[in-house]
Design a binder for this molecule. Structure first.
Ligand SMILES: N[C@@H](CCC(=O)N[C@@H](CSC=O)C(=O)NCC(=O)O)C(=O)O
Length: 282
C-alpha cells in the first residue's frame, strides 16, 4: 500500500498534501488531496472525505472551497479524492461529454462495458481509500464523515446510506438526490450499470433512504439560483422521501446562491461544524 506524496504546502499551521497510489479498486494510479490540521501532529483526528462534482479533480475542493481554516481550528482531516479513474487505458465518453467518463465516475462500481474495467469509485471511496488513509495518516476511523457537491453530493448521500458504519456523518451541497429520475443520472447509470431499475435503486439516495434510513442527521445546502436545481438536483424529492422514512434532514435553501464553489465556500464552515456535532452526539 505504497503512497507517493507529490505536493505539500503549509496551510493554517497544518499541511495541504496531494498524494497518489496504485489503486486495486480502479486498476490505475489514483490521486487525492489531504489536509492535515496541526492537531494531527499529536494524535488521531476525525476526517471528512469530500466528493467533488462533474469535471473536477482532487484540486477543485482544495483550491476553491477554503475549508482548511475551519479544519485547522476544529482539528479535522479533509480528504478530497479524484472523481474518476484516469489514464491512457481508461474509457471516456465517446463524444468527450463532461457528464460521463473522465471526471464523472458517479461513485458507483460500473458493471457495463467499457467502463467496468476501471470505474469502481464506490469500492475505491468506501473500501480502499479508508484503508490507505488509516495506513498512512493519524485518522480516527470512528469519526469519519462524507460531504460533497452535486455529483459528489449524490456520492456522499448514497455512500453514507449504504455504509453508515464507515461514514457516520453526512452533508451535501446541491446534491443530485434522485439520479434515477434526472438526465445526468439516467445517462450515467445507463452507461455504467445497464438498464435494470432495481440496480439503479441501489445508487439513488431517494430510493435508498426510503428503504434504509440511518440515525444520522443529514444537512443539505441548496442555492436558490442554481441553474441545475429544477432539472437535475430536485432536493424536494429527497426531502419528501426523508419525511416519509423518518430520516432526519435539514434542507437549507440559500437565497441568491448558484452552483459554484463560491456557494460551497460560503457555507463549508457550517458543514464542518455539522460533522463535529454529529460525532460528539455518538
Ligand atoms: N461544464 C458544465 C458544468 C460543470 C459543473 O458545473 N461542474 C460542477 C459540478 S456539477 C455536478 O456535479 C463543478 O464543481 N465544477 C468545477 C468547479 O470548480 O466549479 C457545463 O458547462 O454545464
Amino acid at each position: 500500500m505504497a503512497l507517493t506524496q507529490i505536493a505539500a504546502a503549509k496551510c493554517f499551521g497544518g499541511q495541504q498534501l496531494v498524494c497518489e497510489h496504485d489503486s486495486d479498486a480502479c486498476g490505475v494510479t489514483m490521486r487525492f488531496g489531504l489536509y492535515l490540521p496541526p492537531q494531527a501532529e499529536h494524535g488521531p483526528c476525525p476526517a471528512i472525505t469530500w466528493l467533488s462534482g462533474l469535471t473536477c479533480t482532487e484540486q477543485n475542493f482544495i483550491t476553491k472551497a477554503g475549508a482548511q481554516r475551519a479544519a485547522a481550528e476544529l482539528g479535522v482531516i479533509l480528504v478530497a479524492p479524484d472523481t474518476s479513474p484516469r489514464g491512457p487505458n481508461v474509457a471516456d465518453a465517446p463524444d468527450g461529454a463532461y457528464d460521463l467518463g473522465l471526471g464523472a465516475g458517479f461513485y458507483v462500481n460500473a458493471t457495463a462495458q467499457p467502463y467496468a474495467a476501471h470505474y469502481h469509485m464506490e469500492r475505491y471511496v468506501a473500501e480502499e481509500l479508508p484503508m490507505v488513509l488509516a495506513a498512512h495518516f493519524p485518522l480516527d476511523r470512528r469519526r469519519h464523515g462524507l460531504s460533497g457537491h452535486s455529483m459528489g453530493g449524490h456520492g456522499a448521500l448514497t455512500l453514507h446510506l449504504k455504509y453508515p458504519d464507515i461514514f457516520r456523518s453526512v452533508s451535501a451541497f446541491a446534491p443530485i438526490v434522485a439520479p434515477a429520475q434526472v438526465p445526468w443520472g439516467q445517462k450515467a447509470f445507463s452507461a455504467y450499470l445497464g438498464r435494470d431499475p432495481e440496480v439503479w435503486a441501489d445508487h439513488d439516495a431517494t430510493a435508498l433512504v426510503t428503504r434504509q434510513p440511518t440515525d444520522a442527521a443529514i444537512l443539505i445546502d441548496q442555492g436558490s439560483d442554481d441553474p441545475f436545481l429544477t432539472e437535475q438536483l430536485r432536493p424536494d424529492l429527497f426531502a419528501a422521501a426523508c419525511e416519509a422514512a423518518g430520516q432526519s434532514l435539514t434542507l437549507r435553501h440559500q437565497p441568491g446562491y448558484d452552483h459554484s464553489y463560491y456557494f460551497v465556500a460560503s457555507f463549508i464552515d457550517d458543514h464542518l461544524r455539522h460533522h463535529l456535532a454529529a460525532w460528539q452526539r455518538r
